[in-house]
Write a protein that binds this ligand. Structure first.
Ligand code: S3P
Length: 194
């Protein structure tokens, strides 16, 4: 089943640094809408490749000392986006980690400045794709609190607004009706690390 793999989140701390320095063969970034499976697939891919895994939302929470829900509720989305960009810069500047798989939150790659940072860094960006209906269903099953998840109509509208941004990734993988480990295997294959 889709969410058979546990969805845990690593906690990684660190101070800020300036410019992205990650070499392309040492980092894979997973992007896509809420429910695309970025965290679950990222964990599985990390295990498969023997690379570390990080979810950017975890770094944001550690830096802010608040949960994603609290950041949205207390500080608003604009401040969340600022924290997200700062966390991404910090992550890209940290060359001490070794090879890694990174899951970005659903809105991160839709922000042009974040997409530009990844392009400059020359990292692999993989878009995990799926229909709005399937992704909404997965989010409902997951029952995780998501500040930007309201109802099916609003979910589809946001999905449609962002889809063209996700399509700028270096590679697109259709996740429809596939399981987490199978998708991770497909990502590894597509980036030549089978
Ligand atoms: C967001 C998605 C969330 C999280 C935040 C904003 C978005 O991550 O970053 O709530 O803008 O779509 P997931 O895609 O892991 O749910």
């Amino acid at each position: 089943m889709w969410f058979a793999s546990p969805i845990g989140r690593a906690r990684i701390a660190g101070d800020s640094a300036s410019m992205p320095q990650v070499a392309s063969h040492r980092a894979v970034f997973l992007v896509g809408f809420m429910g695309a499976g970025k965290t679950s697939v990222g964990r599985s891919l990390g295990r498969r490749l023997g690379w570390s895994f990080e979810d950017l939302d975890d770094r944001i929470q550690v830096r802010a000392g608040r949960s994603i829900e609290e950041i949205f509720r207390d500080l608003g989305e604009a401040e969340f986006r600022r924290l997200e960009n700062a966390a991404l810069r910090e992550l890209l500047s940290d060359v001490s980690v070794g090879p890694r798989v990174v899951a970005l939150g659903g809105g991160a790659f839709a922000q042009p400045e974040n997409a530009a940072l990844l392009e400059t860094a020359g990292v692999q960006v993989i878009f995990l794709d799926g229909s709005a209906e399937e992704l909404f269903h997965r989010c409902e099953l997951e029952r995780r609190e998501r500040p930007l998840l309201r109802d099916a109509k609003q979910f589809r509208e946001l999905y449609e607004q962002r889809r063209s941004s996700y399509l700028k990734a270096s590679c697109r993988i259709d996740t429809t009706s596939k399981d987490v480990d199978g998708i991770a295997a497909e990502v590894a294959c597509r980036i030549g690390l089978k």
